[in-house]
Design a protein around this ligand. Structure first.
Ligand SMILES: Nc1nc2c(c(=O)[nH]1)N[C@H]1C(S)=C(S)[C@@H](COP(=O)(O)OP(=O)(O)OC[C@H]3O[C@@H](n4cnc5c(N)ncnc54)[C@H](O)[C@@H]3O)O[C@H]1N2
Ligand code: MOO
Length: 411
């Protein structure tokens, strides 16, 4: 049996996906991490007027070209309360950061560079260049200028800019909706008291977290038994909720109780592919049901999480209009790894930053795809390509980062 390669499978999952053009307008505080759906122009000019960048005195440069100039202080300009008169020759206006520059003045001298005389006048102790410490009207942006572009992801800087451009809300793409169904007669939700032959269903939580982290809304349809009618009812619920993607967990393999694929085909799903050359995650299934992408992930918790990282993450990002994200990095192997077979292997590993600054990858000895504890301890997965020869300790390897690496002892 020839298995599809990870690259080919990824290509088929992501290339075909069409990001929906559904938009909504959200208040700024709700826009973090969202993608702008339209170009956004400034609704005003910033700064709206020439103003001072420092606390000091607004003066005419011609008056202070020489150190030791003495000027009469004729008033004050504070932020929110400007000086209404003109600064004439021989005069200065006390000015504060952000305050409007009074008419007639063309330079600000900072207060540290003047001496205040007993009669209230000032004497300059430094000769600043003309125009010093003045922020010119419109130097940041002008009304009508497009300062944020469709497709940009809204982060701290862009949200601050949007507010500064006088926008209370922004047009963003809606989050794609991802429905999740866990299947299996043996499954109970966390918090239950398991009977004989029962286990706690855990996969949905990790898979939902991966989808959420990448900009999706989740519809968790819970646990359904290994029963065609129950599975079909859950699939119909996902469809009527308008899910963009349906993720099924478990029942993807070849046993008599693995009913997911045949039930989905019975519901009208077109199967794209099933089973790929990777470990864990071989029984991954991909299809399409009336415009809804279907990802059938294997039941073993680590298999479902690795498949979600490899396939659901890029699919979700594309549907959310988010740019692709790479988790790949280069590390150095802490131990020698044996030659690999035909399945691309994702080996759970500790990643530490060694004292020389390079990443060190130390695989865990237990790699069973049911072992959630090992996955939770792993900072990364060592990627072993199909048929890779033995790799010696100290050799470079590719790792898929799950979280930031730890620092080696003593650092
Ligand atoms: N004869 C063969 N047997 C198996 C093959 C194969 O090629 N030939 N593939 C193996 C591989 S690889 C995997 S991975 C599993 C995947 O099987 P399924 O997707 O059918 O998953 P299940 O049988 O339903 O469950 C596997 C395992 O995971 C537990 N599970 C299921 N769902 C959850 C959940 N939501 N939370 C936590 N744990 C879950 C389930 O109880 C089983 O222990 O098949 C191999 N077999
Ligand atoms: O591929 Mo399975 O996912 O090896 O356990």
């Amino acid at each position: 049996m020839s298995l599809l390669s990870v690259e080919e499978a990824l290509n088929r999952v992501v290339t075909k996906a069409r990001p929906p053009h559904r938009t909504e307008r959200l208040p700024l505080h709700d826009c973090l991490g969202r993608v702008l759906a339209e170009d956004v122009a400034a609704q005003l000019t910033h700064p709206p007027f020439d103003n001072s960048a420092m606390d000091g005195y607004a003066v005419r440069h011609a008056d202070i070209a020489e150190v030791g100039a003495e000027l009469i202080v004729v008033g004050e300009s504070a932020a929110g309360r400007g000086f209404r008169g003109d600064v004439k020759s021989g005069e200065a206006v006390r000015i504060f950061t952000g305050a409007p520059l009074p008419a007639g003045a063309d330079t600000v001298i900072i207060q540290e560079d003047v001496e205040r005389l007993p009669d209230g006048r000032i004497r300059t102790q430094f000769a600043p260049a003309k125009g010093r410490h003045i922020r010119l009207a419109g130097q940041d942006f002008r009304e009508g200028e497009i300062a944020l572009a469709a497709g940009q992801v809204l982060d701290a800087g862009r949200l601050t800019l949007a507010a500064s451009m006088n926008h209370q809300s922004l047009p963003v793409f809606q989050r794609p909706k991802i429905a999740i169904i866990a299947t299996g007669d043996e499954l109970l939700p966390p918090g239950s008291i398991p009977g004989a032959d029962q286990i706690i269903a855990s996969n949905s939580f990790g898979v939902a977290a991966i989808a959420r982290e990448n900009g999706a809304d989740i519809l968790d349809l819970g646990i359904v038994p290994d029963d065609r009618a129950a599975i079909a009812a859950a699939v119909a619920a996902a469809q009527s909720a308008g899910a963009d993607v349906l993720v099924t967990l478990g029942g993807a393999s070849v046993g008599e109780h693995d009913l997911v694929q045949s039930t989905l085909v019975g519901c009208g799903m077109t199967l794209d592919f099933w089973r790929i050359a990777m470990r864990p995650g071989k029984p991954l299934m991909v299809g399409e049901l009336a415009g809804m992408s279907v990802l059938g992930l294997p039941g073993n918790p680590v298999s479902s999480l690795v498949c979600a990282l490899l396939f659901l993450e890029p699919l979700t990002r594309k549907l959310a209009h988010l740019p692709p994200r790479t988790r790949l990095a280069t590390a150095r192997l802490a131990v020698t790894l044996p030659a690999n077979d035909r399945r691309q292997d994702y080996v759970r590993a500790r990643l530490t930053v060694a004292p020389d600054g390079l990443l060190l990858a130390q695989p865990f000895s237990r790699q069973d795809s049911s072992m959630v504890s090992v996955f939770a301890l792993s900072e990364g997965l060592i990627v072993r390509p199909p048929n890779a020869p033995e790799a010696a300790a100290g050799e470079a390897c590719t790792v898929l980062k799950l979280r930031d690496p730890a620092y080696a002892e003593g650092q």
